[in-house]
Design a protein around this ligand. Structure first.
Ligand SMILES: *[C@@H]1O[C@H](CO)[C@@H](O)[C@H](O)[C@H]1NC(C)=O
Ligand SMILES: *[C@@H]1O[C@H](CO)[C@@H](O)[C@H](O)[C@H]1NC(C)=O
Ligand SMILES: *[C@@H]1O[C@H](CO)[C@@H](O)[C@H](O)[C@H]1NC(C)=O
Ligand SMILES: *[C@@H]1O[C@H](CO)[C@@H](O)[C@H](O)[C@H]1NC(C)=O
Ligand SMILES: *[C@@H]1O[C@H](CO)[C@@H](O)[C@H](O)[C@H]1NC(C)=O
Ligand SMILES: *[C@@H]1O[C@H](CO)[C@@H](O)[C@H](O)[C@H]1NC(C)=O
Ligand SMILES: *[C@@H]1O[C@H](CO)[C@@H](O)[C@H](O)[C@H]1NC(C)=O
Ligand SMILES: *[C@@H]1O[C@H](CO)[C@@H](O)[C@H](O)[C@H]1NC(C)=O
Ligand SMILES: *[C@@H]1O[C@H](CO)[C@@H](O)[C@H](O)[C@H]1NC(C)=O
Ligand SMILES: *[C@@H]1O[C@H](CO)[C@@H](O)[C@H](O)[C@H]1NC(C)=O
Ligand SMILES: *[C@@H]1O[C@H](CO)[C@@H](O)[C@H](O)[C@H]1NC(C)=O
Ligand SMILES: *[C@@H]1O[C@H](CO)[C@@H](O)[C@H](O)[C@H]1NC(C)=O
Ligand SMILES: [Ca+2]
Length: 595
């Protein structure tokens, strides 16, 4: 197989030039004429990466006409889209995996000299083809990779242990940063060849993804300064050891204190927090736009005694998010319920009160603390989140256990701290993804647009603030705050998204940044700096559905005011010192600085 690939590679390399030229005024070529297996084989990026051997026979290509792209959180609806759907595989001789890459290339008449890489979520390196429309709609080829983990529905956790039980370095590094980089280099060259671009024509290159995909974006910006002209990074699950293991915190404190609040009681607290904090931003609209002010003034005692009542819910068998059935729940919120809610949002600390990681902002959901109902005993117990369990067992301990932590009941808050320290050290160079010096990317002219839902209950918003501030301080240590901020903002802007949850809107009137790619395209290709970030109210429950809004660039924060004509306006202002400081942490549980 490898021999035949080498053979075809050289034959095709020789013919590619002529074929490419024949369509070089490619905007006049029809999609049907270029979207063939033959033409794609001739356009393969055969020599793009040393040590990568493309299997020419693996190519699939089919034209898709007049498709409708239903609106998602990251692009509005588009009709009448036509593209070439391409897959092929490659290997690294001497290593054992076979990687499949998947690209959509726009119809030649719609191509605008752009390429987009996309990423995954959770333990997935890919979102299958769900993010690819967001490139096609803007005249960009778009790519995703299975990382070599066994297909586009596979998770890295399926293959991270070798058959003999040891950790697979190949898989860890492929997931950490290698596969996205390869997919990008191959995708850019495939695009150049397919559209017959001369070497001197600019191909603008972009990245866009959220969550694990956000971490993957940072992994590239930190290491491969010329892969992207613009990277759009949402709620990155970066600072990997802290982030993955923090998902065990809610269960840990429930187990440690033996208190299991009913999920309905925690929801009642969340709603009451929304009621208390909604007006603090100057606009009572069912949304907390200033979770920092909420944190500073929250009256926890007010929640004790609230009534709650929830209907029974059925079990969900979704393999990615199985949820047990819950019985009907009603009662009044107790001081114990409030204590667990408070400790959950407070995030991990040690028994001595040293801080291990950042807090979640008040107003977020409590998913990591949601107890599970045991129908046999009628009792509630803690729920171990898979993201945390698999990182602890597969990655750190190299044990083939994915549904429980066998010794969890012996853990204390200090055990969690120690596990984070172990995971951090073990994967510092590959998964931690917090390298704070982006000079090479800046010098190559790259731009970053980074955003994070303020009410994200999975990846805390403050974790993104911490990275932005690490970059600012590391790159411009001698400048004043304002000067260093201006210097960073020349190439990197960060926005908190009012009322948004994890990579999606949450509170009904959330203004969500649905048009990040066109905003980034304007920044990169026309120099239009995104001083505020374009956002749209996109939830059907919104009172203001479809309204445009502008998100403030960190550290500026929204302030709403209503004038005598009852007109509400929004300004972006520097927060008070106390509000600013509520986002900043001294992670004193570790002797090493956490970037
Ligand atoms: C193809 O294009 C290259 C450079 O763009 C040029 O050198 C070459 O002569 C062209 N070949 C044909 C057959 O037109
Ligand atoms: C494209 O799709 C739309 C909606 O599905 C349909 O109304 C229209 O006739 C199609 N156009 C072509 C050229 O097929
Ligand atoms: C794209 O190609 C893959 C692989 O052949 C196939 O599974 C998928 O259904 C195709 N998608 C479309 C929209 O044609
Ligand atoms: C891990 O456990 C799963 C399920 O029991 C099994 O299918 C798999 O082969 C095991 N892997 C290793 C490396 O032992
Ligand atoms: C376990 O398997 C991996 C992958 O096949 C191999 O590289 C490694 O040497 C093996 N380790 C042991 C202890 O056999
Ligand atoms: C591409 O640009 C280089 C450097 O400016 C120049 O030497 C070369 O002739 C150009 N090639 C083409 C095909 O225009
Ligand atoms: C809570 O429910 C009890 C009994 O149903 C009722 O007497 C009480 O007034 C309710 N309290 C509030 C604050 O609604
Ligand atoms: C508990 O089990 C009973 C009997 O099997 C069933 O009717 C009920 O729906 C179950 N409740 C939950 C919350 O699973
Ligand atoms: C809640 O947590 C904060 C720290 O985040 C603490 O100062 C406060 O006393 C706690 N309140 C209650 C009721 O536990
Ligand atoms: C259920 O919880 C109660 C009180 O928390 C405890 O006494 C009892 O042993 C538990 N039952 C089972 C079967 O775990
Ligand atoms: C900004 O969002 C609005 C909708 O809220 C949209 O119409 C407009 O095209 C967007 N601007 C850019 C640059 O994408
Ligand atoms: C001001 O506007 C709000 C919401 O649009 C409305 O509910 C309220 O009645 C208005 N107040 C006055 C004094 O017009
Ligand atoms: Ca509000």
């Amino acid at each position: 197989m490898a021999l035949s690939s080498f053979f075809w590679a050289s034959v095709l390399a020789a013919t590619a030039q002529a074929v490419t030229n024949s369509t070089s005024s490619s905007s006049s070529a029809s999609l049907a004429s270029v979207c063939t297996t033959d033409y794609v084989q001739q356009s393969l990026p055969i020599d793009a990466i040393d040590g990568v051997v493309i299997d020419v026979d693996s190519v699939t290509a089919n034209a898709v006409y007049n498709a409708t792209f239903t609106a998602s959180d990251f692009f509005p609806q588009f009709n009448g889209q036509s593209y070439c759907n391409v897959t092929f595989t490659y290997t690294h001789p001497g290593r054992e995996n076979t990687v499949t890459v998947w690209y959509w290339l726009p119809a030649p008449s719609a191509f605008k000299n752009r390429y987009l890489s996309t990423g995954g979520g959770g333990y997935s390196i890919t979102s299958q083809d769900s993010s690819l429309p967001g490139g096609i709609a803007y005249g960009a080829s778009a790519g995703t990779t299975d990382g070599g983990f066994g297909g586009f529905n596979a998770q890295v956790t399926d293959v991270v242990l070798n058959a003999n039980g040891s950790l697979s370095d190949e898989v860890v590094y492929s997931f950490g940063y290698r596969s996205i980089h390869e997919m990008t280099v191959l995708g850019k060259q495939l695009t150049r060849n397919f559209f017959g671009m001369g070497d001197n024509t600019t191909l603008y290159s972009y990245y866009q993804a959220c969550s694990e995909g956000g971490r993957e974006g940072w992994s590239q910006v930190q290491r491969f300064p010329t892969d992207f002209d613009g990277a759009i990074i949402g709620a990155p699950a970066m600072r990997y050891a802290h982030q993955q293991l923090q998902h065990l915190w809610g269960a840990l404190i429930e187990m440690y204190y033996g208190i299991y609040p009913k999920p309905c009681a925690l929801s009642a607290i969340q709603s009451a927090v929304l009621d208390q904090c909604d007006p603090l931003d100057g606009k009572t609209d069912g949304m907390i736009s200033r979770s920092d002010l909420c944190f500073l003034s929250l009256d926890w005692d007010a929640f004790i005694g609230l009534n709650y009542s929830c209907e029974a819910t059925a079990a969900s068998t979704n393999p990615f998010n199985p949820v047990a059935a819950t019985p009907a729940q009603s009662g009044t919120v107790t001081a114990d319920d409030v204590r667990i809610a408070n400790l959950t949002w407070d995030g991990p600390t040690t028994l001595n009160g040293e801080r291990v990681y950042v807090r979640w902002q008040p107003g977020t959901g409590f998913s990591d603390a949601d107890a599970t109902y045991n129908n046999a005993t009628g009792n509630w117990s803690y729920t171990l989140q898979t993201l945390g369990v698999e990182f602890a067992e597969l990655f750190i301990r190299e044990q083939n256990v994915t549904d429980t932590i066998p010794d969890f009941e012996e853990w204390t808050p200090d055990t969690l701290r120690d596990m984070i320290y172990l995971g951090w050290q073990k994967f510092d160079s590959v998964l931690q993804t917090t390298w704070p010096d982006l000079s090479a990317f800046r010098d190559a002219g790259g731009k970053v647009l980074h955003f994070h839902g303020e009410s994200d209950g999975s990846v805390p918003a403050a974790s993104s603030v911490r990275y932005f501030e690490s970059v600012r301080k590391t790159m411009y240590p001698k400048l004043s705050y304002n000067d260093s901020l201006a210097a960073v903002n020349d190439f990197y802007r960060f926005y908190l998204v009012e009322g948004a949850g994890h990579c999606s809107p949450s509170q009904c009137n959330t203004p969500f940044p649905q048009t990040n790619l066109p905003v980034m395209i304007e920044w990169v290709e026309q120099g239009v700096e995104p001083v505020t970030l374009n956002a749209t109210v996109i939830q059907s429950c919104a009172t203001d559905y479809g309204a445009n809004d502008q998100l403030c660039s960190w550290p500026l924060r929204p302030v709403y005011s209503t004038n005598s004509n009852n007109v509400t306006s929004k300004t972006c202002e520097f927060p008070s010192e106390a509000a600013f400081n509520s986002w900043i942490y001294d992670l004193d549980a570790f002797p090493i600085y956490v970037y």
